[in-house]
Design a binder for this molecule. Structure first.
Ligand code: RB5
Length: 160
């Protein structure tokens, strides 16, 4: 069964707990990266933790929740190897898997209620990457990661 890294900020914390229970009841292996309360925290910290776990292969997929899903998707997509999608409906969630091979899903607890979030998550987990022409495009996303990493290495070398 797919292993899932889960994370949220304070705005996403209650929905994260709902999603964790739903995933656990269906047999998914869940690693909870926090936050663990409604106390104010910074979404990039949790987005980065989940995204890094997915990029490192410590979890197959990541699910992130903040107020809108926007901060989390921005943070997660800074991590090379991560293809994060912020989704507010089941169709885009399914497409993000079939066409984009999204490995992280971002949800907004202030825009998406519990039942809709579970519908989106269920659609996302149930969809598979279609490959074919989409594989060529996803490979180009990986090329962007490599170019960025290469540029970073060059900048490091220049600074030395
Ligand atoms: C927190 O107030 C809120 O800014 C955060 O949860 C998220 O929506 C940011 O994108």
């Amino acid at each position: 069964m797919t292993s899932i890294a889960l994370g949220a900020d304070h705005a996403g914390f209650p929905l994260k707990e709902e999603l964790k229970a739903w995933l656990g009841a269906r047999g998914y292996g869940v690693v909870d990266f926090g936050t663990q309360s409604a106390e104010s925290v910074d979404y990039p910290d949790f987005g980065a933790a989940v995204a890094t776990a997915v990029a490192a292969g410590k979890a197959e997929r990541g699910v992130l929740v903040c107020g809108t899903g926007i901060g989390m998707v921005m943070a997660a997509n800074k991590v090379p190897g991560v293809r994060a999608a912020a989704c507010t409906d089941a169709y885009t969630a399914r497409m993000s898997r079939e066409h984009n091979d999204a490995n992280v899903l971002a949800l907004g607890a202030r825009v998406t209620g519990r039942d809709a979030a579970i519908e989106i998550l269920d659609a996302w987990l149930g969809a598979a990457f279609a490959g074919g022409r989409h594989a060529r495009r996803v490979a180009k996303l990986a090329e962007l990661d490599r170019a960025r990493l290469g540029a970073g290495e060059s900048a490091d070398a220049a600074a030395r």
